[in-house]
Design a protein around this ligand. Structure first.
Ligand code: AHG
Ligand code: MN
Ligand code: MN
Ligand code: MN
Length: 324
């Protein structure tokens, strides 16, 4: 089994990018340790504060955010960071080559039930000639990412990561604290009979998504001619990990539940990095309007519709929008 850094060197990943990745992963090892300690670590409850997303923050949201923020800003590798838990982007080293966006703790509502949670990150090169405090540094489409990944704090701590040369899985060896390459070139099967969507929002969806899901629910007797199974983790990291492992369809579609918030997932911290991982594994990741990684961002906290997974099923779903 290969350690992470030699595996990245073999893929000709630049040394400064490898150092930045190792910096991010150092924070995830500490988060993994604290998560594993559960209530012993005294970071399991809620704070009473709200983040910029209008969500009540959990202590672990805050702790994970602080760990990542501190280690990245101290490293000198980054010009700026942006996080789900920060109001604005935060300036780092003016000469830093990279910018990093992250969701420090994905699946916050799973913290207190000892269920799946993770950390998602996305790295781009910093445009030159811009101030380190300028949030426009982040207004680049997802296809500009040079690395994306997530760490899933499950029964084992697993890293899924891509630098544009396939998506690979690594497992944290807790005996010596190293991420080991455990599966190269993950491939999302084209076909699937499993879908993930929050069904309780059905009545708020647009007609094409409702019609597509209704046809899946009709199973063998419906137009699809086979039965479909459903899974929903309440944590995108868990759902995407299942899809990378055995295929599947995932969507958080636009809905009219709250007119001020037509989509839930965030472009920078969730949709773009997951899209890079899924596409590098042969899957598709889109909105009903087009490829997610081609979206020109307008705001660092922008939310976006997400439809991703096994290519046959994503295309099936899109055919309900185009009427084909
Ligand atoms: P976060 O915990 O970072 O705010 O993200 C939660 C997201 C995502 O991980 C998940 O797919 C979705 O919210 C769950 O939404 P529901 O509460 O509607 O199940
Ligand atoms: Mn949140
Ligand atoms: Mn999240
Ligand atoms: Mn989060």
């Amino acid at each position: 089994m290969q350690r992470l850094a030699p595996a990245l060197r073999q893929d000709n990943v630049p040394l400064d990018l490898i150092s930045l990745i190792k910096t991010i992963l150092a924070a995830t090892k500490e988060i993994s340790f604290r998560v594993g300690q559960g209530h012993l670590s005294e970071v399991m409850g809620s704070t009473l504060d709200e983040n910029i997303q209008g969500e009540v923050q959990k202590q672990l949201d805050v702790v994970a955010n602080q760990l990542l923020k501190d280690i990245l800003l101290e490293s000198g590798f980054v010009k700026a960071i942006s996080s789900e838990e920060e109001d604005t982007s935060v300036a780092g080293n003016i000469n830093g080559k990279y910018i990093v966006s992250f969701d420090p703790l994905d699946g916050s509502s799973n913290i207190e039930i000892n269920s799946l949670i993770g950390t998602i990150f996305s790295i781009m090169e910093a445009p030159e000639g811009m101030d380190a405090s300028d949030p426009d540094l982040f207004k680049q489409p997802g296809h500009k990412q040079v690395c994306a990944g997530y760490v899933l704090y499950g029964p084992s701590t697993t890293l899924a990561m891509t630098t544009g040369q396939g998506t690979h899985f690594y497992t944290l060896d807790k005996t010596h604290g190293s991420y080991m390459l455990t599966e190269r070139n993950i491939q999302v099967p084209k076909e699937t009979s499993e879908f993930a969507i929050n069904m309780s929002n059905h009545r708020f969806w647009q007609a094409p998504m409702a019609a597509y899901i209704d046809d899946l629910l009709r199973g063998k007797e419906g137009p699809r001619g086979r039965n479909f199974n459903m899974r929903w983790n309440g944590a995108m990291v868990g759902d995407v990990h299942r899809i990378l492992t055995r295929g599947g369809f995932f969507s958080y579609p636009v809905d009219n539940k709250d007119p001020a918030k037509p989509a839930k997932l965030r472009l920078m911290y969730e949709a773009n990095p997951m899209s890079f991982l899924i596409e590098q594994a042969g899957g598709l990741s889109v909105t009903s309007q087009g490829r997610i990684m081609d979206i020109e961002p307008e705001d660092i906290h922008q939310r976006v519709e997400v439809i991703l997974g096994s290519s046959d099923e994503v295309e099936q779903c899109l055919s309900y929008y185009s009427g084909n």
